[in-house]
Design a protein around this ligand. Structure first.
Ligand SMILES: [Zn+2]
Length: 431
């Protein structure tokens, strides 16, 4: 216990030094730092990352931000925003953010030349304890609530936030699934909270921005006029265009968006998850026609050369592999790391092939089997991917889809949020 608090404190100091260097090299007027407000020694959970992501969205929606940086260590994920807005008016905005819904579980600091602006500088009351509504500092000092009680409260409230409004459920589960995927310890060349993997052109913030954009399309209103594959495709193209605009041409989630649209079609048309496969198969019936009309894609070239169908095979077969193999696995074992290996074993990832070539790809697949058979460690495979500049983005997309299937299943199975909290702890996956 002592040890891990010490590690967190050391990391906090490191983070402050890091941040001070950043401030000193910049001439921006004010800075904002956000982090999840999670008690105890585990600051690096995906719950913490999820809360931080929600704070990130609120900040960029309400404030004109100039630059965004982040730091991830034992003290958790911290995101820094620079702005030219005045610090006192910023503090007012961020207090409002802290007081909305799950904003209660996020700490937002506003900093200018004079240091940190406090609530009392603006004559606001200090923050209230979210359990008993007394002064939060007094509850902490008196240790009025146990860490377990506090964490349970944050977990249950966050689950409620995700499922309480039917209009936003699909978007919310999409976002959570993406954050879980980004929180993986080993990501086999993909960007995650820890680093950029085999990618020099994107980082966590590119992904946060992309999730926010895609999520804004995954709500019911967008699907009112979607009647067939052609409509869905047009919506997909529109989203893709916006996605490349905000990432300045870098591909973060093009493939994922393609997959999610099929699932969203089934979801928004109120089908039961047991019927998704039938509905999606019908919808995707002509999906391979693309190969005849769209000769210039990597998917086409790889299909032509090696007869590997790649991503299109998933909707064509109605996501059956997700429904019958991946999702049941996740339900039983709640282990994203193991799920990841199984997905890499079963799925042919054309984005990986395109990046490293077919020979290297088969070597990689063999190594995946060795990890499954415990002849090689996950860490070694992860390092191998970095050494060989391999990235496994296609598998990452399927992890996200599988988590979404799981969450839709849970939502359908349990009528009440209190039942979801009681039976399924959504915050206890091994990542
Ligand atoms: Zn209290």
């Amino acid at each position: 216990m002592k040890n891990s608090s010490l590690i967190i404190l050391n990391d906090r100091e490191k983070r402050w030094n890091n941040f001070n260097k950043l401030i000193n090299s910049s001439n921006r007027k004010s800075w904002i730092i956000i982090r999840a407000n999670i008690p105890g020694n585990n600051k690096t959970s995906y719950l913490s990352n999820y809360l931080c992501y929600q704070g990130f969205k609120k900040i960029i929606e309400n404030i004109t931000i100039k630059e965004i940086y982040y730091y991830f260590g034992e003290d958790g994920l911290n995101i820094y925003f620079s702005t030219n807005e005045d610090s006192l008016s910023l503090k007012k905005k961020t207090i409002l953010i802290e007081e909305q819904e799950i904003g209660r579980f996020i700490d937002v600091d506003v900093i200018d030349n004079g240091g940190i602006i406090s609530r009392t500088d603006l004559n606001y009351e200090r923050r209230k304890c979210y359990i008993c509504d007394n002064d939060a500092i007094i509850c902490v000092k008196k240790r009025k609530h146990s860490v377990d009680e506090l964490i349970k409260f944050i977990e249950d409230s966050t689950t409620e936030f995700i499922f309480k409004d039917s209009k936003y459920i699909f978007k919310n589960i999409f976002e959570l699934a993406c954050i879980i995927e980004l929180s993986r310890t080993f990501s086999y060349g993909c960007v995650n909270v820890i680093g950029n993997g085999s990618h020099s052109d994107m980082d966590l913030i590119s992904f946060f921005k992309s999730i926010k954009l895609l999520g804004s399309y995954y709500i019911k209103d967008q699907f009112n006029n979607i009647k067939n594959f052609k409509d869905l495709r047009n919506l997909g193209k529109e989203i893709e265009k916006e996605l490349f605009k905000i990432t300045k041409g870098i591909n973060t989630y093009k493939g994922l968006n393609f997959l999610v649209l099929f699932v969203s079609y089934a979801f928004f048309n109120n089908y039961s998850i047991n019927d998704y496969s039938k509905i999606i198969k019908k919808l995707a019936d002509n999906i391979y026609d693309d190969f005849n009309s769209n000769l210039n894609t990597n998917g086409y070239r790889i299909n032509e050369k090696y007869n590997i169908k790649g991503i299109r095979e998933i909707p064509y077969t109605g996501f059956e592999i997700v429904e019958n193999i991946f999702c049941p696995y996740l339900k039983n074992f709640k282990n994203i790391q193991e799920l990841n290996l199984i997905i890499m074993k079963y799925i042919n990832d054309t984005t990986t092939i395109n990046r490293c070539g077919i020979d290297q790809y088969y070597i990689f697949k063999n190594l995946v089997s060795e990890v499954i058979n415990k002849k090689l460690s996950k860490e070694e495979l992860d390092r191998y991917c970095l050494d060989k500049n391999i990235s496994t983005g296609g598998a990452a997309d399927i992890i996200i889809i599988t988590i979404m299937y799981f969450l839709i299943y849970v939502y359908e199975e349990e009528g009440e949020i209190s039942e979801i909290n009681k039976k399924w702890n959504l915050w206890k996956f091994t990542v």
